[in-house]
Design a protein around this ligand. Structure first.
Ligand SMILES: Cc1cc2nc3c(=O)[nH]c(=O)nc-3n(C[C@H](O)[C@H](O)[C@H](O)COP(=O)(O)O)c2cc1C
Length: 184
């Protein structure tokens, strides 16, 4: 698959099953992400890969965070939170770890982490896997951030769900270039 094809054909896939990327495949995915454009080469990021039984631990963290932030959460809401990480065999959480810099504002560092996650999703697709970037309330929760090894001021930019596609792919969106591009 050429880079151009991968970019043009990329399509998120929500239903992901075993096998997920592992070993060399996972290394290749993360290595591709770490080549993202990054102003000042600040490396303002950290990535956490969660797979196998550790997904249950992440689900327990989501449920604990929900319980603490909303003590009235129903059992159905708590089990949904517990099961959320089971939607794919592998999840990569992308954390922004901002670096104070006179020329590189936070927004540019967020962009670098986002580019890294997008690079990882393309690297997964190019190896035949499906990917879906998710956030939800989990990404903005301080307890989830702490459980993933983040510090106050850090931020979860995305959870990249990765695995083997199950079911039909969504039709590709074919945006009209003229709606989004002006030749100046
Ligand atoms: C920062 C970010 C956060 C997202 N969060 C969610 C999410 O929580 N749930 C969801 O269903 N899609 C989320 N998406 C969108 C999907 O990953 C996907 O891009 C969207 O469904 C459109 O499908 P496509 O990528 O195949 O065009 C998010 C995308 C981005 C860039």
């Amino acid at each position: 698959m050429s880079v151009l094809n991968a970019l043009q054909q990329r399509n998120s896939h929500g239903k992901l099953t075993d096998p997920g990327p592992d070993g060399d495949q996972l290394q290749a995915i993360v290595g591709a992400g770490l080549r993202a454009p990054d102003h000042g080469r600040l490396r303002p990021w950290h990535f956490v890969a969660i797979q196998g039984d550790r997904r249950d631990a992440l689900g327990a963290l989501f449920a604990k965070a929900l319980q603490l932030s909303r003590p009235g959460a129903t059992e159905a809401e708590l089990s949904k939170a517990r099961a959320a990480p089971l939607r794919a065999p592998l999840i990569i959480a992308g954390l922004l770890k901002p670096v104070a810099h006179p020329k590189v504002p936070r927004v540019e560092q967020v962009a670098a982490v986002a580019c890294a996650l997008h690079g990882m999703s393309l690297a997964a697709e190019s190896q035949g896997f499906g990917a879906m970037w998710r956030t939800g309330w989990y990404a903005q929760d301080a307890i989830v951030l702490d459980g993933l090894g983040g510090s106050p001021g850090d931020e979860v930019i995305g959870f990249l769900y990765l695995g083997t596609r199950k079911g039909e792919s969504k039709p590709l969106l074919q945006p009209e270039l003229d709606d989004y591009l002006t030749l100046y």
